[in-house]
Write a protein that binds this ligand. Structure first.
Ligand code: C5P
Length: 219
């Protein structure tokens, strides 16, 4: 482990999309690349943190120097996070599917002339809200992300209150920004101190800056 301000601190980071099965060969997913979560885990490890990196099936490889827990579904991600507790901080950068298919088939669904498959959905657990609202053993700092396409600060501020996390890192993922799947990000950090909008910069720079702030907060 590196020497640095986060030495001795255990931090859980979730990252990437989740895959929710429809049948053994099909799933529902989203366009998260895992780039920002991976960059953040790398920055935290570089500052000396012991990082448990819980990742869905991402496009980018996990960083070196972290403990990697690979998962597919939201439910598995929650289980992995709970197994990794206690922690000093938890950062939830994953794009978790809101729903899973309750009538997923055990064998490949066949194309038939008699009709189309009907999928039924149920809500997934909200990992960020679950951890934020823990009565005992809650990490001292819980950070969520909020990907919005409009009224970013207003929506993210409401989300922070609803979920009960300490910080929200909000960003605009409108297609014209190129942020989702791109290498840059423009974020607003929402905390008790209000909303702080950062200039557009590389996801690795956003990660470094966030890791620095987490280091100061855990001091
Ligand atoms: O509600 P929304 O999905 O916009 O919230 C985003 C934040 O909540 C992110 O930090 C994401 O990782 C987290 N989240 C979660 N579990 C869910 C849904 C979102 O941890 N089921």
């Amino acid at each position: 482990l590196a020497d640095g301000p986060l030495k001795g601190k255990r931090i859980i980071v979730t990252s990437g999309p989740t895959h929710e099965p429809i049948d053994p060969v099909r799933y529902i997913a989203n366009r998260s690349s895992g780039a920002q979560g991976t960059a953040l885990a790398r920055s935290l490890a570089a500052l000396g943190a012991e990082v448990v990196f819980v990742t869905g099936p991402a496009d980018v490889a996990p960083p070196d120097g972290v403990v990697v827990e690979k998962v597919q579904t939201a439910k598995q991600m929650l289980d992995a996070v709970q197994a990794a507790l206690p922690a000093d901080a938890a950062v939830f950068a994953a794009a978790v599917a809101d729903w899973h298919v309750t009538n997923a088939a055990d064998s490949k669904i066949k194309k038939t002339k008699s009709g189309l498959p009907m999928l039924e959905f149920a809500e997934n657990p909200d990992i960020l809200a679950t951890v934020s609202q823990m009565k005992t053993g809650r990490p001292g700092l819980v950070v969520g992300f909020a990907a919005e396409t409009d009224d970013v600060v207003a929506h993210a501020t409401a989300k922070r209150a609803r979920k009960g996390c300490d910080w929200i890192v909000a960003n605009d993922v409108s297609p014209e920004t190129g942020i989702m799947g791109g290498s840059e990000n423009a974020v607003t950090l929402i905390s008790d101190d209000g909303a702080d909008s950062w200039p557009r910069m590389g996801k690795d720079q956003v990660a470094n800056r966030l890791a620095q702030l987490i280091g100061e907060a855990l001091k």
